[in-house]
Design a protein around this ligand. Structure first.
Ligand code: GLN
Length: 294
């Protein structure tokens, strides 16, 4: 047993992260302590002076050193919560963002009251969008497409992981209702769907270098970079989606806060109807969706 207590260790962690100007240093130092020692907040508050085991204390210090180098917290813990589920993440996928929950909620609203239907999640990454939808709508068929094989490996692992968290027979392994497809956008997609949802890379290339180090140095550039004006993926998806939508099918996009007008225009020019914009919790434009009536 080392002499160090949990409280001392936490203070040490805080100081180290503050010195390196890690945003929310105190929160991250606590989350790493909780992760390494499997502690709930209440366990810590009851016994902050409990002695920390030597091995775990060293593990904690190692996690703190990594976070101090701006490695994202989620790459150290290996997970991120999204829609109430815990998803595995690593350097091959975008870390699920809370903003994206607005996109999922929007799709869920349009699925409510139905009892059959199919969804394609284009640029699925960790699979967080598709798997959240499938967990909540057990009758739906869902395909997730991504260019990256490494991302699809994570998505497949997440399928097993979410199945354990849902514990509903309808999420069972025997039903091939979820499929992962390696594809450069629609290249290897042959089906038609009732819903296509996508959170594609949408950051203009020259803005990537202005992002926080956690994002620009550790998250996959291919999940962020929307090329010149950030709209490259929207253009290609809007162009090809109608071929893969059933009549009356819907296309849902997550967008950057200043892209609603441009993306709505792309949809309008391609012949989409009923174009809507939805805001996130911060009041910024975050989702654009539209119907394909032909
Ligand atoms: N669909 C995934 C997400 O929303 C990945 C998005 C991406 O790689 N741009 O988290």
């Amino acid at each position: 047993m080392s002499k160090v207590t949990l409280k001392q260790l936490l203070e040490e962690g805080c100081q180290c992260l503050e010195q390196q100007e890690i945003p929310d240093a105190r929160v991250d130092a606590w989350l790493l302590l909780s992760h390494v020692f499997h502690l709930r907040r209440v366990d810590y508050l009851i016994r902050p002076d409990a002695k920390a085991g030597e091995v775990l204390a060293e593990t904690y210090r190692d996690c703190i050193r990594r976070r101090a180098r701006h490695i994202p917290l989620q790459h150290i813990t290996g997970e991120q919560e999204f829609m109430g589920f815990s998803f595995k993440v690593n350097e091959h996928v975008l870390i699920p963002r809370q903003d994206t929950e607005v996109l999922v909620e929007c799709v869920l609203e349009h699925m409510s009251g139905k009892s059959s239907g199919s969804v394609l999640d284009m640029c699925t990454g960790s699979g967080c969008i598709l798997l959240s939808l499938m967990a909540m709508k057990p009758w739906a068929v869902g395909h997730g497409a991504d260019l990256s094989d490494q991302a699809l490996c994570v998505a497949r692992e997440n399928e097993l992981r979410i199945r354990k968290q849902v514990q509903r027979p309808s999420f069972g392994a025997s039903q091939p209702r979820i499929r992962w497809i390696q594809s450069d956008l629609f290249e290897n997609i042959s089906d038609k769907y009732d819903i296509i949802v996508s959170n594609p890379p949408y950051i203009p290339s020259e803005q990537i270098r202005t992002l926080m180090p956690e994002v620009k140095s550790y998250e996959p550039v291919m999940a962020l970079d929307g090329s010149g004006d950030g709209l490259a993926f929207y253009r290609r998806i809007v162009r090809d989606a109608p071929e893969h939508l059933s009549a009356g099918g819907m296309l849902f996009f997550e967008i950057g806060w200043d892209q609603a007008e441009a993306v709505s225009r792309l949809l309008k020019d391609r012949g989409f109807d009923r174009i809507h914009v939805k805001k996130d919790l911060a009041g910024l434009d975050r989702v654009v969706y539209a119907s394909w009536m032909e």
